[in-house]
Design a protein around this ligand. Structure first.
Ligand SMILES: C[S@@+](CC[C@H](N)C(=O)[O-])C[C@H]1O[C@@H](n2cnc3c(N)ncnc32)[C@H](O)[C@@H]1O
Length: 238
């Protein structure tokens, strides 16, 4: 039997209106929609974002991905979930795996796609890009991320401020995703680097409880939501 297609669909960062026409079209033409849910938290933000656009009664399945850095546990989860997806695709069904923001920017879909391609190279895979969190955040905060010959860099803050130190000398603007665990340590790094101005934290961008903070030092010692990012402009705000 001819296999169906696996679509990786970016559904935007939080505001349900920031979804592309192409993503909406795919969500209404597939038979099954997969959404990642961490094994600690069954809530899937991508699903929340997409559900008002899912009008064709596709079956929805949540896939559990453990929140761990253990590569063995992660590889096992990608393989098991790839198998779950392949079961439908190999019956000839088109399916979508939805992700917040863009599917190939710090997303579980990257691993799922690679695992599916290794396990079943004959299965067609298509990726529908999404508006990323930092594009939405720079828009609400009205912060230019790059102009003229400037260099702009996107990094992860999941291990703290070390990566920032590595890239800051070569960048005019750095966007840090996944800052929620180590915000205080990242603020220390910013101080160490002498960056006092031009730092913006955006939390839950596009949602009812969105926060735009132009002086993240105010948040020192506080817990920030998982959906938080920093825009760091080396030369300060103009
Ligand atoms: C696993 S990454 C997902 C990135 C996503 N694929 C993208 O294209 O932006 C999760 C991180 O994205 C950022 N993020 C995603 N949505 C966000 C939102 N609505 N507001 C602020 N940050 C967000 C946060 O830094 C969060 O920790």
């Amino acid at each position: 039997m001819k296999p169906g297609t696996l679509y990786g669909v970016g559904v935007g960062p939080g505001d349900p209106e920031l979804i592309t026409l192409k993503a909406m079209k795919v969500l209404n033409q597939v038979e099954v929609i997969f959404a990642a849910a961490s094994s600690k938290n069954e809530y899937s933000l991508a699903l929340e974002n997409a559900k008002s656009h899912m009008l064709n009664g596709a079956e929805v399945m949540r896939l559990s991905f453990p929140m761990t850095r253990d590569s063995g546990i992660m590889a096992k989860a990608w393989e098991e979930n790839a198998q779950r997806i392949l079961k439908y695709v190999q019956e000839g069904k088109d399916v979508a795996f939805i992700t917040i923001g863009d599917p190939l920017t710090y997303s579980t879909f990257g691993y799922v796609m690679q695992t599916v391609q290794e396990m079943a190279p004959e299965v067609p895979v298509r990726v529908i890009p999404g508006i990323t969190s930092y594009q939405a955040a720079s828009a609400v905060a009205k912060e230019v991320v790059a102009e003229r010959e400037q260099t702009f860099c996107v990094i992860s803050g999941s291990k703290g401020g070390e990566r920032l130190k590595e890239v800051i000398s070569k960048s005019d603007c750095v966007v840090m995703l996944k800052v929620y665990h180590h915000l205080d340590q990242i603020l220390d790094t910013l101080q160490e680097l002498g960056i006092k101005e031009g730092v913006t934290l955006v939390s839950r961008c596009g949602m009812k409880d969105q926060v735009i903070c132009k002086n993240p030092e105010e948040l020192r010692g506080k817990k920030v939501p998982y959906l938080s990012l920093l825009i760091v402009k080396k030369g300060g705000r103009k």
